[in-house]
Design a protein around this ligand. Structure first.
Ligand code: NAD
Length: 391
């Protein structure tokens, strides 16, 4: 949609037919893109989706934005990226610019995407241009978007760089040119790892404060009064979404390829994954010990407030841990209609303790407080109410 707004005619190629149909019917699968915006782009002939990769022959710029998840060994899974490059290659033509926006470790464009495209491209296609411009999106953010967020661009050679800068200059207010694709790829990993380790730091610090009877939220607020050298992070159930818990493991994997070790990052990952257990134990301590199977209501299952996205949500580990400890667990989230094939309950579901995991808009926890339900607040949203503890 950012490219449409900039005057480009855009074709979205996706191998999921259901998603393509949904988009072409004018229903947006992306929360930050309204149906109205999508419908207007479609009806003006500026956007359409297809499963047909041969449509790529019409494009002068091809951006790859497929998921880059982890495999079952928690290592980079580039199968979708490889399959996208394989799908694109036969349809690139002379002077097509191929840009990778997917997050991956440094060297992915040069060592994986380019060889696939060059091997499978039409024989009469001599010049293909390549660049890396990692996607920077913060879902649910009302201020920062594709247009006003500066974009890193690293071309594989001088001509690729000039073309990629021109393309992103047409979409974004500011382009930051870097020397090569690997700098852009590494910068993306640094950005997200920075968040992971700072969240881990504050999660660890929270446990230390709690054990010593100190209110961590007041400490954070106090420290944040320093106008320089401090950036505020807040504790929670863990980290979620398909970026912050995933991308840093691309970094740890990349480190191992050169015989190195990202011990600091691995430690942060471990600390964050221990948080659901810590939260569960704190909540269970709030329940009368004579109850063998306490009923626990989890409030908010999306990975962050304001979105309905449950990918990699740390609430899964929280629920599993509670169930392993014998609890009967239900959940409520105004932005999530269904989660892991279970339906939500309403706020009247009688529980022994509630855990506020994600403070979603329209989540009316005041009813629980009025009914005297004990709440463990992991979001620092409820202050000075009896029956409410914060982590
Ligand atoms: N969404 C974000 O907030 C965000 C932010 C920054 C970076 N990123 C990065 O952007 C990339 C994409 O993430 P996303 O959240 O947009 O993914 P997504 O899951 O929302 O969408 C990706 C789409 O790619 C399609 N797809 C998968 N394999 C394909 C293939 N071989 N050919 C064609 N289509 C294919 C899927 O069907 C899906 O519709 C990831 O590398 C992610 O790390 C995402």
């Amino acid at each position: 949609m950012a490219a449409v707004d900039a005057g480009w005619i855009v074709i979205g190629v996706d191998n999921l037919a259901a998603k393509v149909d949904q988009i072409n019917r004018g229903t947006s699968p992306v929360e930050d893109v309204s149906g109205q915006q999508l419908q207007s782009a479609i009806s003006n002939g500026l956007y359409r989706a297809t499963t047909d990769f041969s449509e790529i022959t019409k494009a002068s710029v091809v951006t790859i934005c497929v998921p880059t998840p982890l495999d079952d060994k928690r290592e980079p899974d580039l199968s979708l990226l490889r399959s996208a490059a394989t799908g694109i290659a036969p349809y690139v033509s002379e002077k097509t610019l191929v840009v990778s926006e997917s997050t991956s470790y440094p060297g992915t464009l040069r060592d994986i995407i380019i060889p696939i495209v060059n091997e499978l491209k039409p024989v009469d296609t001599k010049n293909v241009f390549f660049a890396c411009a990692p996607e920077r999106v913060n879902p649910g953010d009302a201020i920062w978007n594709q247009k006003n967020t500066p974009r890193l661009v690293g071309g594989i050679d001088h001509e690729s760089q000039i073309r990629a800068i021109a393309f992103y200059n047409s979409i974004c207010d500011a382009v930051v040119a870097v020397s090569n694709p690997e700098i852009a790829e590494a910068a993306k990993l640094l950005e997200n790892t920075f968040r992971l380790v700072n969240i881990a730091l504050i999660n660890e610090f929270t446990q230390i404060c709690s054990a010593n009877g100190i209110n961590v939220n007041e400490v954070i607020k106090a420290a944040a009064s320093k106008p320089y050298g401090f950036m505020q992070f807040t504790p929670g159930v863990g980290v979620g979404g398909h970026c912050i818990p995933v991308d840093p493991l691309y970094l740890t994997w990349w480190a191992r390829q050169n015989g190195g070790e990202a011990t600091f990052v691995e430690s942060a990952d471990r600390i964050n994954h221990e948080m659901p257990k810590y939260v569960a134990e704190r909540a269970l301590r709030m329940v009368d010990g004579s109850i063998v199977n306490p009923k626990v209501l989890i409030l908010g299952v999306a990975y962050k407030p304001g979105v309905g996205d449950v990918r990699e949500t740390p609430v899964t580990e929280l629920r599993n841990y509670l169930q392993d400890r014998g609890a009967i667990v239900a959940w409520h989230d105004p932005m999530v209609p269904m989660w892991e094939e279970t339906n939500p309950v309403d706020l009247d579901w009688g529980c022994d303790v509630a855990i506020l995991a994600t403070n979603q808009p329209r989540l009316d926890f005041s009813r629980l407080i009025a009914n005297g339900v004990q709440i463990l607040d992991c979001t620092n949203s409820i202050t000075r109410q009896s029956g409410v503890s914060s982590i």
